[in-house]
Design a protein around this ligand. Structure first.
Ligand SMILES: Cc1ncc(COP(=O)(O)O)c(C=O)c1O
Length: 352
């Protein structure tokens, strides 16, 4: 049945082992496996988590609930909603946080459930996503957290290159270390974890301040590249995932539509070109599954043209394709996330 995504478990295991040894060689002793791109696909995450990761992390409680059978501690990477606090305490042992009200709610619920709960306080060092803005006076916040029952300030962290594309560098990593030192000195405590970001921090492992001892890694493991510059990581696989879709129509047609033109089904005005007749094939996969702009056909002579909810229209240079043939694509992070999240895309786990 198609469309389907073929997933190579050995390649992912190899990628995970490479990241773990790379990080550990550079003094990063704690690595979170951030599995959210797999939308809770336990068959892979259950195999990767025990390889040496300290936490299995995800942005969605729905996924963390599914991982309860795995003994590895679970971490919530999206700062918690007030409406999900009960589940957060029940199904995870650590969350990234930034709001005192949320931390207070976690404290009350942890007390109620008779648990101790760990938090990593996030600092926004310029990417303008989650976290306390680093120029604020954060000491009163730290003091308040340290007074809360059943809450343990496990560490501090930052997240970069996610919203605005700010990359980690000596300046912002230095600020994170400075914050750690100030907190430790002011309150005479030890912060176990200083979490220096995600796959975009890997490029500077050689120059990472030694106090940064944790990274939260997803994309590098799944797609074999760092994300500050998109460079491939030597020895890692970029092709652990392949998307396959089936041709349901293949005909020779004009490249330019015929008739009075208005908007398409998505309210967009298509950009049209007239390049004469072409071999047009329709694949049974559409926007409901994936945005075709994030797919790369393995056959470089194929051009993706347009898609609507159910169809992807491609142009075929050669006429060796037939009805029922399968066209394969490689994926980027966005298309992998969409395909794994779509229940219309079958997931096939390969042992090769
Ligand atoms: C807070 C946080 N940390 C780490 C990650 C992992 O990022 P990446 O997949 O780029 O390694 C993400 C994204 O999933 C995240 O939201």
């Amino acid at each position: 049945m198609f469309p389907r995504i073929m997933i190579s478990l050995p390649k992912l295991i190899s990628n995970a082992q490479t990241i773990l040894s790379l990080c550990k060689r550079h003094g990063v002793s704690s690595i979170f496996l951030v599995g959210k791109v797999l939308a809770g696909y336990k068959e892979v995450l259950g195999a990767l988590a025990p390889l040496g990761f300290t936490y299995l992390a995800d942005s969605r409680m729905d996924n963390l609930k599914k991982f309860q059978e795995f003994s590895i501690p679970k971490a919530l990477t999206r700062i918690p909603m007030l409406s999900e606090i009960k589940d957060v305490i029940k199904y995870s042992s650590l969350a990234l946080v930034s709001e005192i009200k949320t931390i207070e709610a976690l404290s009350q619920e942890a007390f109620r459930q008779e648990k101790n709960y760990d938090v990593i306080l996030m600092f926004d060092l310029g990417d303008l996503r989650e976290g306390v803005f680093y120029k604020e006076d954060y000491m009163p916040l730290i003091k308040a957290i340290l007074h809360l029952p059943n809450i343990h300030l496990k560490g501090i962290g930052t997240n970069l290159t996610c919203l605005e594309g700010v990359i980690p560098d000596q300046v912002n990593m230095g600020i994170l270390v400075d914050i750690k030192n100030k907190i430790e000195n002011a309150f005479e405590i030890h912060l176990d974890l200083v979490s220096g970001g995600n796959s975009s921090t890997l490029y500077m492992l050689d120059n990472l301040p030694s106090q940064i001892n944790n990274l939260r890694i997803g994309e590098a493991i799944f797609l074999g590249r760092e994300t500050a510059f998109g460079n491939l990581i030597p020895g890692m696989f970029q092709d652990a995932f392949t998307l396959e879709a089936e041709i349901v129509e293949i005909q020779r047609k004009p490249s330019h539509p015929i008739g009075t033109l208005s908007i398409n089904a998505f309210g967009e005005t298509p950009i049209l070109r007239n390049s004469g007749e072409m071999n047009r094939a329709i694949l049974a996969i559409g926007k409901q599954d994936v945005d075709h702009n994030h797919l790369t056909p393995h056959d470089s002579t194929i051009k993706s043209l347009e898609s609507n909810s159910d169809y992807l229209i491609i142009q075929l240079e050669d006429n060796t394709y037939h009805l029922g043939d399968i066209v394969s694509f490689s994926l980027d992070y966005a298309s992998l996330l969409q395909c794994m999240s779509s229940h219309y895309v079958r997931k096939i786990l390969l042992n090769s």
